[in-house]
Design a protein around this ligand. Structure first.
Ligand code: SAH
Length: 347
C-alpha cells in the first residue's frame, strides 16, 4: 500500500482548521487551539500541544506534518551579531541574522532561496533563485530569532527587516502571508511599524503594495539615481528604469503617506561623481524620503570598492543642504559574513 503523503498543517487557515475538526466530529474550537499553537506559540510538534488530548495529537500526527525549519548552524560575531544557517524541509539552506544594539534586537530574514535578480555587488545574486520561501518558513526564522534574543539578550525581538537573501517583492504573496501571521493578534502580535521590507525596486509590486494599504515600512535599494550607472550595477534596471520606479514610489506615498528609505552604497569610480550626488538629491526631492548610506561589504575581486570618507561626506553635505535626512550605517557581523550582501551559504 502506498502511504498518502501527509499535508502540511500550516497551509490551512484558521477556518479550514476549524472545519477540519468539525468534520472529524470534534469541537471546532480545537481548531483554534491548534492554530494558536502553530502561529502564536510557534510549536514545531503536535506533542508540544499540551491542552490537546493525546489521542487527538496522535491523530493529527498521523495525518499532518509541521514542515518546520531547523537552525543548522549558528555563528556569533564578536559584535554580538548572530547568523543562522537555516535548513528547510527539503534540505535547502537560507540564512537569517540577529542584530543586537543597545536598545533593539533586529531580525534580518530571507524571503527566497537564492535570488532571481542580478545585483553585481551582492553575494546572494550568485546563487540564482532556487525557490520562494513559504509563509511558515519566513515566520519560523522570526520565531527562532525571537528565542535567541530572549536567550542571549534577555529581551524579545523588537524589529524585523526583510534584507536577508532574496527579493521579497518577487515572493510578494508569501511575504504578505508571513507578515500577517507575525503581526496579527492571534499570531506574534508585532506592530507592522517595526517591520521593514527592502526591495531592489519592482515598480509593479510597489503599486500593488500601495493598493493593498500595507502598514509596514518600505526601503528601496537605490545605489544609483542615473539609469546608466544603475543598469550597470543592477542590470534588471534596464527593464524597470528609474523613472518607472520613481512613479511607483510617488504612487506609494500618495496612497500610504509613508516616507521611503533609500539604501545606498558609494563605490569608488562607480557613483562617486558630483553628477551622481546631484541625481540622488533630485531623486530624493521627488518623494518624502531619507537615505541610509551603507558600508560596502566586499564579496570578491575588487570591481567594487568602498569610496573614501571624503566622498561620503560630500554626499552627506549635499543631502543635508536640501533638508534630506541621511544616516551613515556601519556594518555588523562582517567577521562571520553576516553583513548586507554577504549571505551566500558559505559554510
Ligand atoms: N533584495 C532586497 C533585500 C536584500 S539585500 C533588496 O535589494 O533590497 C539587503 C541590502 O543589502 C540591499 O540594500 C542591498 O543592495 C545591500 N547589499 C547587497 N550587497 C551588498 C554588499 N556587498 N555590501 C553592502 N550592501 C549590500
Amino acid at each position: 500500500m502506498v502511504a498518502t503523503e501527509k499535508k502540511d498543517i500550516r497551509a490551512l487557515t484558521r477556518d479550514q482548521l476549524r472545519d477540519y475538526f468539525s468534520e472529524q466530529g470534534e469541537k471546532a474550537f480545537r481548531g483554534n487551539q491548534v492554530y494558536e499553537w502553530l502561529w502564536n506559540k510557534g510549536a514545531h510538534s503536535f506533542d508540544a500541544m499540551t491542552n490537546i488530548s493525546k489521542e487527538t495529537r496522535a491523530f493529527l500526527d498521523a495525518h499532518f506534518v509541521i514542515n518546520h525549519i531547523k537552525v543548522d548552524q549558528m555563528q556569533r560575531s564578536n559584535d554580538g551579531t548572530i547568523k543562522n544557517a537555516v535548513k528547510l524541509h527539503d534540505n535547502l539552506v537560507v540564512e537569517s541574522v540577529l542584530i543586537p544594539t543597545s536598545k533593539r534586537t533586529t531580525a534580518c530574514v530571507s524571503s527566497q532561496v537564492g535570488c532571481s535578480l542580478n545585483c553585481q555587488f551582492c553575494a546572494t545574486a550568485r546563487l540564482k533563485r532556487m525557490r520562494n520561501l513559504n509563509p511558515d518558513e519566513i515566520f519560523d526564522q522570526v520565531v527562532a530569532i525571537d528565542r535567541q534574543s530572549r536567550l542571549y539578550y534577555d529581551r524579545p525581538l523588537s524589529n524585523i527587516v526583510f534584507m536577508g537573501m532574496g527579493e521579497p517583492l518577487m515572493n510578494y504573496k508569501n511575504v504578505i502571508a508571513a507578515i500577517d501571521k507575525i503581526t496579527s493578534p492571534d499570531g506574534l502580535g508585532m506592530s507592522p511599524k517595526r517591520i521593514m521590507v527592502s526591495t531592489s525596486g519592482v515598480p509593479k509590486i510597489i503599486r500593488k503594495m500601495a493598493d493593498d494599504q500595507v502598514k509596514f515600512k518600505l526601503a528601496v535599494s537605490l545605489h544609483a539615481a542615473l539609469d546608466e550607472v544603475r543598469t550597470d550595477i543592477m542590470p534588471f534596471n534596464e527593464q524597470m528604469p528609474l523613472e518607472e520606479l520613481k512613479d511607483s514610489l510617488k504612487y506609494w506615498y500618495a496612497k500610504t503617506g509613508q516616507e521611503i528609505s533609500y539604501e545606498y552604497v558609494i563605490w569608488k569610480d562607480i557613483n562617486d561623481r558630483q553628477k551622481d550626488i546631484n541625481a540622488l538629491v533630485d531623486f530624493c526631492l521627488a518623494i518624502p524620503s531619507k537615505v541610509n548610506l551603507i558600508e560596502y561589504n566586499p564579496i570578491d575581486d575588487g570591481k567594487f570598492q568602498q569610496a573614501p570618507p571624503e566622498v561620503i561626506e560630500k554626499y552627506v553635505a549635499a543631502l543635508e543642504r536640501e533638508g534630506i535626512t541621511v544616516t551613515v550605517r556601519r556594518s555588523r557581523g562582517k567577521d562571520i559574513d553576516a553583513a548586507c550582501g554577504q549571505l551566500a551559504n558559505k559554510h
